[in-house]
Design a protein around this ligand. Structure first.
Ligand code: G6P
Length: 611
């Protein structure tokens, strides 16, 4: 998604802007640009494609101690040079960068064009530059900050933005309504960014803007007010340094690195949370007493993408262990269907980034209707983490690859801990609790063993990567494993992949089974193994190739499947965690064999901060 960076201080801004954009690259983008005020003039450089295209276009020396930079993920207008940010007004004095969507841009454009503004892009964002410029012309005596306030009040939609004015070249104005903006505090220099990663080389001290706030920033400091000019006092926080210095090391890409970090990331998620005395999980951040938990009658989990799939597994874990009716729903669908919010339902929003727009909007809708919401989040201090009533931090560490791996398994681990905790408050016996505590403790080592299959899975990917389409199937708690497996394959290899509950096979997808369409069948060692093997047989009877993923020692699987991937066995609640690993590796090796861009797959973004 779009990335924002801005600088004002004593140094040359251009190298700082490009280095910071490099840190934002992982979020996914299709064009980039920077603008500076140099000797009273606005200089703008923009290029479609990767950051290298922009760098090739930059002159060797660009002066200017104030500047703004942007990586764009196209929403309005194709990814070309003209649509890249920063955008400028007709007079070439105002420059803006914007993350979000301006919903009334077409209407405003019509009016602004009638008043002589000349548009040079197809974006909604350009409207902001013209609107500010037009407000300056209409209110020549008004202070710049007030003019920007006036302009922003006319916008409908979402924004995280920075405005630079060649006629006020010491000040940056930043504002937030729905898309993250943070101010980075340096010594005699200040920064604005959409993500603390962009500031990693320069400062750890940041201030988060909240929705409806606007900041005026110069090299010496900043002032935050609301759009109605009410002064706000803001506290700075120190960003956890482990979030900042996350390098590739000896790995070729972040996805492979992150897949291999899972024994450690899961260990961190579990750290200090397993309670052997009472055979439960210790979760200090829930802000709910055992009595509050006893009063919960239902659980509803909301998230997007892999977080939603983790939520489906989470709901199954909670229903199984705590015997509470539990479900997961895509956050965007939930918020738009005017959901019934019940006081005795425990709502949980799950998000790696803590910035996903639809998840945040669902959270706000539930809170608006008066219910309690917990978060399962990775990024400390993210918007969702700040707005929930309590929750569980994943502590998975920074995740850079667009395709989620270690964050996904840490989400599942958080849900297993929560299910254990809720279960032990209710009917789960100490013995059952102890089994799960022990299984969780042993999990990181088992993940290590699962990762040892890397070479075999690489061979499997060599055999299958030419396919056009694949099915992933599983029953009950293996179905979300299938969903996430299919998601990983399509995200990074671009092979069409669909997941079905295995029981649904004969109600439709069986029509598409052929020697060209393999099925990956998830076969956990549980009571339903026999039924799932019947599904395997149905596929073989239609000459469909089958890759079985199992932790069962079962001869039939070997004789029926074309290929088998194994994982160590574990507590049935934890099957989705361990069985996800080979599917991550399978997708990864297929994508490598097809020479795909692993960490930044086409059209996708790491953190989706627009609707
Ligand atoms: C994007 C990413 C996915 C991720 C989803 C939710 O679509 O490409 O990998 O699962 O957002 O992100 P979140 O940060 O809320 O977990």
């Amino acid at each position: 998604m779009c990335g924002i960076i801005a600088y004002t201080g004593n140094q040359n801004a251009a190298p700082i802007l490009t280095a910071s954009l490099r840190q934002l690259e992982y979020r996914g983008y299709d064009s980039s640009g920077i603008a500076l005020v140099s000797r009273g003039k606005l200089k703008t450089y923009r290029a479609a494609g990767k950051l290298a295209q922009l760098e090739n276009r930059l002159p060797n020396k660009i002066s200017g101690k104030i500047g703004i930079g942007h990586t764009r993920w196209a929403t309005h207008g194709e990814p070309n040079d003209q649509n890249a940010h920063p955008h400028t007004d007709t007079q070439g004095r105002i420059s803006i960068i914007h993350n979000g969507i301006i919903e009334n841009a077409t209407e405003l454009k019509r009016k602004l064009e009638a008043q002589g503004c000349v548009y040079t892009s197809e974006t909604d964002s350009e409207t902001i530059a013209h609107l500010i410029s037009h407000s300056i012309i209409s209110n020549p005596k008004m202070a710049f900050l007030d003019v920007v306030r006036l302009a922003l009040k006319q916008l409908q939609g979402t924004y995280g933005l920075v405005v630079m004015n060649a006629d006020a070249p010491e000040t940056l104005i930043a504002a937030r309504s729905g898309s993250p903006v943070i101010i980075g505090i340096g010594k005699d220099e200040m920064f604005v960014a959409s993500d603390s990663a962009a500031l990693s080389r320069y400062t750890r001290e940041v201030v988060h803007l909240d929705d409806g706030e606007i900041a005026s920033i110069n090299a010496k400091g900043f002032e935050v007010t609301t759009l109605d000019a009410i002064s706000m006092s803001k506290q700075s926080v120190m960003v956890d340094s482990s979030q900042l210095n996350y390098e590739l090391g000896n790995y070729d890409n972040y996805m492979f690195k992150e897949i291999h970090e899972q024994p450690e990331s899961i260990r961190r998620t579990l750290s200090g949370r397993l309670d052997h005395r009472f055979n439960t999980a210790h979760l200090g951040g829930l802000n709910m007493s055992p009595r509050d938990l006893m009063n919960v009658r239902r659980v509803c989990i909301l998230g997007c993408g892999s977080a939603y799939y983790a939520g489906i597994s989470g709901a199954d874990m909670i229903e199984t262990l705590a015997r509470l009716p539990s479900k997961a729903e895509p956050a965007a669908e939930f918020r738009y269907r005017n959901p019934v919010i019940e006081p005795d339902t425990l709502y949980i929003v799950v998000s790696q980034s803590g910035e996903t727009f639809d998840t945040l909007a669902a959270l706000r809708e539930i809170k608006r209707k008066g219910s309690h919401v917990l978060g399962v989040n990775n990024v400390v201090g993210s918007t969702i983490a700040r707005e929930v009533d309590g929750g569980i931090y994943m502590h998975a560490g920074t995740e850079v690859s667009v395709a989620s791996t270690k964050a996904y398994t840490s989400m599942l681990t958080c849900f297993a801990l929560l299910a254990l905790h809720l279960g032990r408050v209710r009917d789960l016996s100490p013995q059952q609790g102890e089994q799960l505590v022990n299984a969780l403790e042993a999990l990181p080592e088992k993940i290590k063993v699962a990762l040892e299959q890397n070479q075999q899975i690489k061979q499997l990917a060599k055999k299958y990567h030419h396919i056009n389409s694949a099915f992933f199937i599983g029953r009950t708690n293996a179905y979300p494993i299938a969903l996430e497996g299919a998601q990983k394959l399509k995200e990074i290899s671009y092979i069409h992949a669909e997941a079905y509950p295995a029981s649904e096979l004969k109600h439709g997808p069986l029509a598409l089974i052929s020697p060209q369409t393999p099925t990956i069948i998830i076969l956990p060692d549980n009571d339903l193994l026999g039924k799932s093997i019947s599904s395997l047989q149905e596929i073989r009877a239609r000459k469909g190739p089958v890759i079985a993923l199992t932790n069962a020692q079962n001869e039939d699987i070997h004789s029926l499947a074309d290929d088998v991937m194994y994982t160590p066995n574990t507590h049935p609640i934890l099957h989705p965690i361990i069985m996800g690993i080979p599917l991550q590796l399978f997708a990864y090796h297929c994508a490598i064999a097809m020479d795909r861009d692993i960490d930044q797959p086409r059209n996708l973004a790491k953190s989706v901060t627009v609707e």
